[in-house]
Design a protein around this ligand. Structure first.
Ligand code: ATP
Length: 350
């Protein structure tokens, strides 16, 4: 089922949380809502679920307006950070519970619960109680229980934050697999850009109750619409510097109106190279290597250009203090105006 928000606004006690939000979540896709703490991610999810209602605007599931329907009527499945399993019930009983509430006949619900246990790879633990399971296993049960309702939409609110780093990576792959297998439209809330980038068909980047960009992971990285998205997506974080020291070097490269408006330049670390190979070069600049740091496989090189420091992850090792030319590639260099809007970079032919 696809989900549409039309001009949705929401406030807590007169404090505006979401401002005129418009979006469409396509059917059968996995969408992440990504943004810093307090930006309105859970509020957006709760509006989709029907736990809260908007102050203005419309919410549709498919063609059907659901703005005034509660969570039960909307048929959503929810999984939270805390697994919220029933401790006195076995795994199988936990998965069965929503079907029991929906008065699904007994043999049918037991068969369905076993099928779901298999889907989430928990079939060998069905007679255990939640306390006997690891965090990852408990989250599998929570997902199976949410799917037992045959929800129109599956909503996951930071479901992996209680797991350790390795298990998080494993479980995000699992969620992706389960979502693909079931085809259920899924909305996943996270503040972890790496998680969102790996799991999603599309990512809605929120900041301060406003959608900054709603695109595929690659588009967010290669074609950020503003400085916030450019800085929020990507690791290491993009170099963002004042444009003034670069202005002369860019005079021949960009239109005069862009040159006049640009206040900041964003440069991805891999777009700063010591020698260009096949890639399209934007500009050659003089610089001094000030530092090299090896982090596992990654060599991070610090380059001084005029009074600015740039970090590259795509540089050949040379002696520190060396003067040498470096190159900025076309791909991964962006110019922004004072309001943070992108003026140049990330075009399809770059
Ligand atoms: N029940 C509530 N009453 C009043 N204010 C609330 C309530 N719930 C959330 N807020 C406020 O609404 C804003 C958005 O909260 P929300 O939980 O949607 O953010 P979030 O992006 O999910 O954050 P986090 O990543 O920290 O969970 C925050 O400023 C929060 O303090």
């Amino acid at each position: 089922m696809d989900v549409t928000f039309k001009n949705v606004t929401f406030a807590y006690d007169n404090k505006a949380i979401l401002h005129h939000i418009d979006f469409n979540i396509p059917e059968g896709k996995l969408i992440s809502i990504l943004g810093p703490s307090g930006c309105g991610k859970s509020t957006t999810l709760n509006l989709i679920s029907g736990l809260i209602q908007p102050d203005a605007g419309q919410i549709l599931f498919g063609d059907k307006p659901v703005t005034n329907l509660d969570a039960l009527q909307r048929k959503v499945g929810m999984v939270f950070q805390s697994y919220a399993l029933y401790p006195h019930m076995t795994v199988l009983e936990n998965i069965i519970f929503p079907m029991k509430m929906a008065k699904v006949p007994k043999t049918e619900r037991v068969a369905k619960a076993k099928e779901l246990a298999q889907l989430v790879h928990i079939e060998n633990e069905v007679d255990k109680h939640p306390a006997e399971l690891s965090g990852g296993q408990q989250q599998r049960v929570a997902i199976a229980r949410a799917l037992a309702k045959e929800p129109a939409i599956l909503l996951l609110d930071e479901p992996l934050s209680n797991l350790d780093a390795r298990l998080r990576v494993q479980m995000r792959e699992e969620i992706r697999r389960i979502q693909k297998k079931t085809g259920v439209t899924t909305v996943f809330v996270t503040h972890d850009q790496d998680e969102a980038m790996h799991i999603s068909d599309q990512i809605m980047v929120l900041n301060d109750g406003r959608i900054q960009q709603f695109s595929t992971p690659n588009q967010l990285y290669d074609q950020p619409q503003n400085l916030f998205v450019a800085r929020f997506i990507g690791s290491p974080v993009i170099n963002t510097l004042p444009f003034a020291p670069f202005k002369d070097a860019f005079a021949e490269l960009v239109a005069p109106e862009i040159l006049a408006q640009a206040t900041h330049i964003g440069i991805r670390s891999e777009s700063i190279v010591s020698a260009p190979h096949q890639e399209a070069v934007l500009v050659k600049l003089p610089g001094r290597i000030t530092r090299h740091d090896q982090y596992g496989r990654e060599l991070l090189t610090e380059i001084q250009y005029k009074d600015q420091q740039l970090a590259s992850t795509n540089f050949k090792q040379t002696a520190d203090g060396d003067f040498q030319a470096f190159y900025l590639l076309k791909k991964g260099v962006f110019l922004f105006n004072a309001a943070g809007h992108k003026l140049m970079g990330g075009e399809a032919d770059a």
